[in-house]
Design a protein around this ligand. Structure first.
Ligand code: G4P
Length: 548
């Protein structure tokens, strides 16, 4: 028996309370190129999780060696895989849920956000809000996730800081509260003033990629006017006075409700403003929170362990052909070798080889707490959204699938490869790499791939070839819109024949209607207003999916 198992209930309560109070969990939402990799790397440096700048990228290189399909990332220069990075900083355990950078994989990001308690919205100062950030922000809003904004690349010419704040307010409906305020920008960027402490942190330019030095002095130190041009300082002060006059307060309850975003200005590349950001973030961020379940809110301090699967990934390491289910712990203490109940099937499962993952590195986990993420071997029994628990039954709200916009037959030109084709299609569906639909005519056995972005289809094809040894052909179907029918087959039958639409089945044998465009969909709505259509697949419980 491990030492931790020997603790009494009273001790466990204390251990749990202490662990939860020391945990923060977040994901970064941004548009590609805003600097997510760079910021992540700097945060890891502070946590001592990496020893040198460039290690995240080096890790990336290594990753490409360990997994074939990431070859595609290399070819395209994109980031597809999501990983979880855990590190300690100032006695706080931080779980950074990394998300793929490419928009075609936003579905993966949506799922990751389901496991996050906080989000960092990273903007490029020259670009402001960009499409991918807006899209991901909407998911945060839906889930009421607190958002902390880091405006990056202040060392380069950018947009007016007040304009950037205004954009957040007017376009996202989120009240911004600048925690620090920049003095100048671009070539004339001189540093930031902390609005709460009135401390000035001066920036001095270093060689590209090198850390800038940070000199600190008080706002009313006379030396300040010798170090910074008068007009830049006066402008910054004037703008700060304008912010004060506008009157918003840094209200932590509003931050936690996702209504107000603390904003920080800095430069990840030169490591300017990153540590103050991390310190303030840890002070203000939400701890692991109570989560909605079939039984109401589940407190993280509930002593029985519970958690849900938010991501599955096969073949992370092709040498082992393994499949990993990532579980976000929501309550209680997780212990190695514990036996848990699988809510969807009611089966008891012993979790004997739980892993902690750091990027692609793994270590066996002895115990873990709410807010943490563990990786479990998945012999095929876990699906995205599944709940695991100990004690009285808990079932967390599932994670909806987003409406696909691209549909393509997946052909297997080589019948002798059918066994591998089937295995690959089933495993990649289970992983959520793509949604699979089937023709209602059962003699047409080829699956239909349904995705959010074209690249998602290419990755599936690439992985089928490199991981399962099957070459496939995609045959685009020309549909753009999918709708589920709330009443299922019975409702559909009442309607009779529908024109300009193809009916298919999803992996849970539910009818899905495919349309060439919105116009055709609207026509159906007009003809049959009684039909309840949904763009999001209803969450499934208690049934096994159809396999190819
Ligand atoms: P991403 O993960 O969000 O896609 O962005 P990433 O960190 O890869 O950064 C995109 C580019 O922006 C990189 O330049 C990076 O160096 C640069 N960058 C990030 N933060 C800052 C900053 O604070 N100031 C400036 N000036 N640049 C920044 P690159 O040329 O594409 O790559 P690299 O040659 O630097 O590796």
């Amino acid at each position: 028996m491990s030492g931790s198992q020997a603790t009494t209930d009273g001790d466990l309560g204390q251990v749990l309370a202490s662990a939860v109070s020391r945990r923060r969990n977040f994901a970064i939402i941004s548009h590609p190129d805003a600097g997510k990799t760079t910021l992540t790397e700097k945060l890891l440096l502070y946590g001592g999780a990496i020893q040198q700048a460039g290690a995240v990228k080096a890790r990336g290189e290594q990753r490409k060696v360990t997994s074939d399909w990431m070859e595609l990332e290399k070819q395209r220069g994109i980031s597809i895989t999501s990983t979880v990075l855990q590190f300690d900083y100032n006695a706080i355990t931080i779980n950074l849920l990394d998300t793929p950078g490419h928009q075609d994989f936003s579905e993966d990001t949506y799922r990751t956000l389901a496991a996050a308690d906080n989000a960092v919205m990273l903007e490029d100062a020259a670009k402001g809000l960009e499409p991918q950030t807006r899209k991901l922000f909407e998911v945060c809003r839906m889930r009421e996730i607190p958002i902390f904004t880091f405006i990056n690349k202040m060392d380069r010419p950018g947009r007016e800081p007040l304009t950037l704040l205004d954009e957040i307010e007017s376009e996202l409906g989120l009240t911004p509260w600048a925690v620090n305020w920049p003095i100048g920008s671009g070539e004339q960027f001189r540093g930031v003033i902390d609005r709460r402490t009135k401390e000035v942190v001066l920036f001095s330019r270093a060689e590209r990629g090198k850390q800038a030095s940070e000199q600190r002095l008080s706002f009313d130190d006379p030396a300040l006017r010798e170090l910074v041009e008068e007009e830049l300082l006066d402008l910054a002060i004037e703008e700060m006075e304008f912010l004060e006059a506008a009157g918003a307060e840094l209200d932590i309850e509003m931050v936690h409700a996702g209504e107000l975003t603390p904003v920080f200005f800095g430069s990840a590349m030169t490591n300017f403003g990153v540590r103050p950001f991390l310190d303030a973030f840890l002070e203000m961020a939400q701890r692991p929170i109570a989560r909605s379940s079939s039984d109401g809110l589940v407190d993280p301090l509930r002593e029985g362990f519970s958690g849900f699967v938010f991501k599955l990934q096969a073949n992370m390491d092709p040498r082992h052909r393994d499949r990993v289910a990532f579980v976000r712990i929501c309550s209680g203490r997780f212990e190695k070798d514990m036996t848990v109940k699988h809510a969807r099937t009611g089966k008891a499962i012993r979790l004997s080889r739980p892993q902690k993952l750091f990027g692609q590195d793994r270590a066996v986990v002895e115990d873990a707490y709410p807010g943490d993420v563990i990786g479990l071997n998945n012999p095929g029994m876990f699906s995205i959204g599944d709940t695991l628990y100990v004690g009285s039954k808990v079932e967390y709200e599932g994670i909806p699938c987003f409406s696909p916009e691209i549909f393509s037959w997946l052909r297997n030109p080589n019948p002798s490869a059918f066994k591998n084709f089937r295995k690959g299609v089933n495993e990649l569906r289970e992983e959520g790499a793509v949604q699979i639909l089937y023709d209602i005519d059962e003699s047409k056995r080829d699956p239909i791939l349904a995705a959010v972005g074209q690249l998602q289809l290419e990755v599936v094809q690439h992985r089928l070839e490199s991981e399962y040894g099957v070459e496939t052909r995609l045959e685009p179907m020309g549909f753009q819109v999918a709708r589920w029918i709330s009443g299922g087959w019975a409702e559909l039958e009442k309607v009779g024949r529908i024109f300009n639409c193809k009916t298919v089945r999803d992996a849970w044998n539910r009818p899905v209607l495919l349309f060439k465009n919105e116009w055709n969909l609207n026509q159906l709505r007009e003809d049959h207003p009684e039909l309840e259509l949904s763009s999001v697949a209803p969450v499934v419980s208690g049934v096994e999916p159809i396999s190819l």
